[in-house]
Design a protein around this ligand. Structure first.
Ligand SMILES: C[S@@+](CC[C@H](N)C(=O)[O-])C[C@H]1O[C@@H](n2cnc3c(N)ncnc32)[C@H](O)[C@@H]1O
Length: 236
């Protein structure tokens, strides 16, 4: 299980160069993955959305741009330097649609939010870093209204034919590349280890069901490198 203090410190160290590292390491595909997450949320027209582990805010901003007027997004993260990067981007963008986003500090394992306050919860590449996934999923269910929907974008286990190439890239190439971009190769060795230890698509779907969600579905993207899981808090 990831240690929350170490995770917080690691993201604080890479915050300023986090976006650039993402673009380079994923060859830009991460932008498309986040767009898929937004498209998934758009299907049920939520008005109040929690983007948990919002980091530098890219999902929150994409939701504000993609879901149209009348939507409010709370971008929450426990790492203050990541939130500061998000806030700076919001100001620099000068895009009035981004006024729909409010950033706030908060721990996914103990959300400082009332019960049943969002129609959707999104989380991109954050669940893997949570010290206690079952607890984090229960918190997400708690803050959803009955009938509200969860959208989880996360690294998964790629198709067997892709695994040798993928893990060669992740273990040998990406820490060096990331070291050049961020000066923190250790953070990206952690990325590889955390992905290798993360459940596959069916395993995560089972965890989401165990946390009390229904209608749980999973879609593999980019050869299974990433999976999008959705689930619903049961209607009362
Ligand atoms: C890989 S980044 C993802 C950021 C963003 N969602 C994205 O798609 O780029 C993971 C984020 O999860 C946050 N995080 C990890 N554990 C957390 C927790 N327990 N509560 C809140 N945020 C957490 C980290 O601070 C970091 O910003």
């Amino acid at each position: 299980m990831p240690d929350p203090v170490a995770i917080n410190t690691m993201f604080a160290q890479v915050a300023q160069r986090y976006d650039r590292a993402n673009r380079i390491l994923s060859c830009g595909v991460d932008l498309w993955w986040r767009r898929r997450l937004v498209a998934s949320a758009r299907t049920h027209h939520p008005k109040h959305i929690l983007d948990l582990a919002t980091g530098s805010g890219d999902v929150a901003f994409a939701l504000a741009r993609g879901l149209g007027p009348g939507v409010h997004i709370t971008g929450m993260d426990f790492c203050q330097p990541m939130l500061e990067v998000a806030l700076a981007k919001q100001i620099i963008a000068g895009d009035p649609r981004l006024a729909a986003v409010t950033f706030a500090p908060g721990d996914g394992l103990n959300l400082p939010l009332p019960d049943a306050s969002f129609e959707a919860v999104t989380i991109a590449f954050g669940l893997r870093n949570m010290g206690d996934r079952a607890r984090a999923l229960e918190e997400m269910r708690r803050v959803l209204v009955p009938g509200g929907r969860l959208h989880v974008m996360e690294f998964s286990q790629p198709a067997p034919w892709l695994r040798p190439f993928y893990y060669f890239y992740m273990r040998r190439v990406s820490p060096r590349l990331a070291g050049l971009v961020t000066g923190e190769p250790g953070a990206y060795r952690y990325l590889c280890d955390s992905i290798a230890q993360f459940p596959d698509r069916d395993g995560l779907a089972a965890e989401i069901r165990r946390a009390g969600f229904v209608d749980v579905q999973a879609v593999s993207l980019t050869g299974g490198i990433v999976a999008l899981h959705t689930g619903q808090r049961p209607a009362d």
